[in-house]
Design a binder for this molecule. Sequence first.
Ligand SMILES: [Zn+2]
Length: 136
Amino acid sequence: MIRKITIPKDLFERMVNHSKEEEPIEACGFLIGDKVDDEAVASHILPADNILSSPVLFEISPEEIYKAWITAEKMGKDVVGVYHSHPHGGLTPSPRDVQFMRHSDFVWLILKGKRIRGFIWDNGVTEILVEILEWS
Ligand SMILES: [Zn+2]
């Protein structure tokens, strides 16, 4: 079970900017990368459309979900996370988020401004460590 996700700073900034651009609706997308033991390491970002265009809900079309998995597979990688923003809420999964989390084995990242939290489903909503990797 994933306990930590590492995100390079440039990908983190793209998620933050994507969230800002989509305001007041929720922004969403995928992180592609590698899973090593109990760690996920993101290497690519794939922004997606929120087909609900909602400030409090998001949904990604089946076509875009399929495309994300195919893209990852072609790279020899995994979809390690799904991110979305909560422009109007806290950094906690909504009841609807939790319903979807129950059926997923990737990290759920929630953003608000420049804050981010990561969760997985492990017999319940479990917070994991999110590390933003600075390049130097
Ligand atoms: Zn949410």
